[in-house]
Design a protein around this ligand. Structure first.
Ligand SMILES: [Zn+2]
Length: 401
């Protein structure tokens, strides 16, 4: 499999990294390459209305175990993100097909446009399949060159008006498995190759604006200032403590202050809070605490506070019994089976969201790097990861019954 990962990278990457951006020629070339591999197996290959490609290995029963991944990458991306999932799934299909007809049907899916790198809509294909993609919300999207999403889709035989027909691919699925690189530093920090994913973080994004009074930086004594930027800065630092106490993460990635003159006290300052947690209650508590702290700071700094919720996603927990199976498999192969939450979103969340019993495995990312050409995992760990997915498939087939 590592040989094939290299082959794919040579075909679709360059000195800056992987270039398999969805709905481009390079992406189509990657899929053609993958198609040739699938055609060597006794599987039926078909694309759904959203461009997701399904390879079905018929089993004794029609109940389907799904294994997912995505061949698309971000521009200048890593060689493993998404591609590992698919090629590991291909390895598993090969092994199962060799052993004869499986008890249940196995379907390997290459989700279309997981990254959303070109049009800004991540989990495009999987959310079309889960029914959470609203065609009205994506209809107007265009890329940085001004090419409309509908036109880019049409070039690859996908009709924007018919995306909804991909719904039903997940209906009645017995289980969903995905192996992904961690894309973070946790497993390497623990010095373990593999981990089991408990679910994906919920998210709350909030715009916080402080309004004070712009005034002269020289003539205004310190004790009478109403400095909006100072208030925002205090909240930024508090947010880190709130996340540590609450067991989640909290980030301020953008700040703007006005009037933006070196000799003026900022009268207005706006920041955007991004808070994430694996549990809905934990997330709500973190957001409530941030709001209370913002109010206290506003009072102390004598500035006005405006709190505006921008966007929220619920946490999506994976299936407890499949998490246990994952832990059993990882413990067979490594000294320890840590479980962790996923910060990034994954297609697996769309499967779990509509009630398909789901679990993911993570394999260690070197230096925690991803979405960059430096993304890497040791060969030894890649091989261990395929073995883990294979064993998890066997155990999950038995679990389905
Ligand atoms: Zn990915």
């Amino acid at each position: 499999m590592v040989v094939e990962l290299n082959e794919l990278h040579e075909l679709t990457g360059d000195a800056s990294g992987a270039q398999r951006v969805a709905f481009t020629d390079t992406w189509a070339r990657a899929r053609e390459w993958m198609r040739a591999k699938l055609d060597e197996l006794p599987v039926e290959v078909a694309d759904d209305a959203a461009g997701n490609r399904w390879a079905t290995l018929q089993g004794e029963s029609d109940r389907a175990l799904l294994i997912g991944g995505h061949i698309d990458s971000v521009p200048n991306g890593g060689w493993l993100d998404g591609a590992l999932d698919l090629l590991a799934g291909l390895e598993v299909l090969r092994r199962v097909a060799e052993d004869g007809r499986p008890a249940h049907t196995i379907r390997l899916v290459d989700w279309a446009d997981e990254e959303g790198a070109r049009f800004g809509r991540s989990l495009f294909g999987s959310s079309a399949a889960s029914g959470t993609l609203d065609v009205e919300q994506v209809r107007g999207l265009s890329d940085s060159q001004g090419i409309a999403l509908a036109d880019a889709l049409a070039e690859h035989g996908i009709d924007l008006e018919r995306l909804g027909e991909a719904r039903g691919q997940l209906e009645g699925a017995a289980a969903y498995l995905e192996l992904h690189i961690e894309q973070g530093p946790v497993l390497e920090g623990l010095d373990v190759p593999l981990g089991v994913v408990l679910g994906t973080f919920g998210l709350e994004r909030t715009r916080v604006s402080f309004t004070g009074q712009p005034a002269h930086a020289g003539s205004t004594p310190m004790d009478v200032r109403r400095d909006a930027l100072a208030a925002a800065a205090r909240l930024v630092l508090e947010l880190r403590e709130i996340a540590k106490r609450g067991g989640g993460v909290g980030t301020v990635g953008t700040i703007s202050a006005r009037p933006g003159i070196v000799t003026a006290i900022p009268g207005e300052c706006e920041i955007v809070l991004d808070q994430r947690h694996l549990e809905a209650r934990g997330l709500a508590a973190m957001v409530a605490e941030a709001c209370a702290v913002a109010e206290r700071i506003a009072g102390e700094e004598r500035v006005e506070l405006d709190w505006q919720s921008l966007w929220a996603i619920d946490p999506i927990p994976f299936h407890p019994e499949l998490i246990e199976l994952g832990q059993t498999v990882v413990r067979e192969l490594a000294s320890d089976a840590p479980s962790l939450a996923s910060g990034p979103l994954h297609d697996a969340a769309e499967a779990a969201r509509v009630g398909v019993p789901t679990v993911m495995l993570f394999v260690q990312s070197l230096r925690g790097l991803s979405h960059a050409k430096e993304e890497d995992t040791s060969t030894e760990h890649l091989e261990l990861a395929v073995e883990a997915l294979d064993r998890l498939t066997t155990k999950t087939l038995a679990w389905v019954g």
